[in-house]
Design a protein around this ligand. Structure first.
Ligand SMILES: O=C([O-])CC(=O)C(=O)O
Ligand SMILES: [Mg+2]
Length: 236
C-alpha cells in the first residue's frame, strides 16, 4: 500500500465551528435532518465534555500508528484528529504521548475507530477522546496510509476540514460547506425546544403541542377503559 499526506486542506469557518460547539450533538444532528451521526459505537472516555473543531483525518493500517505520527504534523489550533483503520481493530494505537503532542498544537480532541490507552492520563490532562475501544495492546509504526483524505467512521463520511462536534451523546460530523446552514438550523431548533420545554414545565402534553392526537387517530390507535380492557379475563 502506498500512502498520501494532503497538506493544508480548507477548513470550515472558525466562527461557525464555535457556534456549533455551543449546541449539543443531538441538536446539531437534528438540525441537519438527522444526519451526520457516527453512531453509538463511539464512546467518550470522559464525561461532561463537549468539543467542536475541524477534522484532520488519518487512515492507518490496523495495529500500526505510523500515520497518526504523520497526521500530528498536519494538525493546527482548533482541529480534531479523526482516525480510522483499513480494517477493524481494537488495538490501543493512541495514548498520552500523542495527546501531549496534539495539545501542544492546540488540537481539541480525538475521534478514533480503534482502541486508545493511557485513559486515566488522558482524562487527567484534559484531552477529550471518543473511541470504539479501550485497550492496552500496543502497535507498530511500519505501514503507509493516508492523512487528510476522506474517511468513513460509523458509516459516516468525514472529510478534512469538516466540522466535528462531540459530547456525552456521541459524535456528529457537519460537512464543511453546510456549517453555515447548520448554525441557522440549530439556532431555530433550539428556540423551538426552549418554547416546548417551557410548555412542558407547565404541564402541556406533547400529544397536544405537536398535534399527535390526530396522528394516533390516523394510525388507528384507540382508547379503552381498564375495566373493559380486562372484562374477559385476558387483555385483548
Ligand atoms: O505510543 C504509542 O504507541 C501510543 C501511546 O501509548 C501513547 O501515545 O502514549
Ligand atoms: Mg502511552
Amino acid at each position: 500500500m502506498s500512502g498520501l499526506i494532503v497538506t493544508d486542506p480548507p477548513r470550515a469557518h472558525a466562527e461557525d465551528v464555535e457556534t456549533l460547539g455551543g449546541y449539543g450533538v443531538a441538536t446539531v444532528h437534528e438540525s441537519l435532518g438527522r444526519t451526520g451521526s457516527l453512531g453509538p459505537g463511539f464512546r467518550p472516555i470522559q464525561q461532561d465534555v463537549r468539543i467542536a473543531g475541524t477534522a484532520v483525518t488519518a487512515l492507518c493500517w490496523p495495529g500500526d500508528n505510523l500515520m497518526i505520527h504523520a497526521a500530528v504534523e498536519q494538525c493546527r489550533e482548533g482541529d480534531i484528529l479523526v482516525v480510522t483503520t483499513t480494517s477493524p481493530s481494537t488495538d490501543g494505537m493512541f495514548g498520552d504521548l500523542f495527546a501531549t503532542a496534539l495539545q501542544y498544537r492546540g488540537v481539541r480532541g480525538l475521534i478514533i475507530d480503534a482502541g486508545v490507552r493511557d485513559t486515566a492520563d488522558l482524562r487527567a490532562m484534559g484531552f477529550p477522546v471518543w473511541s470504539t475501544a479501550v485497550c492496552a495492546q500496543g502497535t507498530v509504526k511500519a505501514t503507509a496510509g493516508s492523512v487528510n483524505t476522506p474517511v468513513v467512521l460509523g458509516g459516516q463520511v468525514v472529510r478534512p476540514g469538516d466540522v466535528i462536534v462531540a459530547d456525552d451523546d456521541g459524535v456528529v460530523c457537519v460537512p464543511r460547506e453546510q456549517a453555515g446552514r447548520a448554525v441557522k438550523a440549530a439556532e431555530a431548533r433550539t428556540a423551538k425546544e426552549d418554547a416546548s420545554r417551557a410548555a412542558f414545565a407547565e404541564g402541556q402534553l406533547g400529544l397536544d403541542r405537536y398535534g399527535l392526537r390526530e396522528t394516533l387517530v390516523r394510525l388507528g390507535v384507540r382508547y379503552q377503559a381498564y375495566d373493559e380492557y380486562t372484562r374477559n379475563g385476558s387483555p385483548s
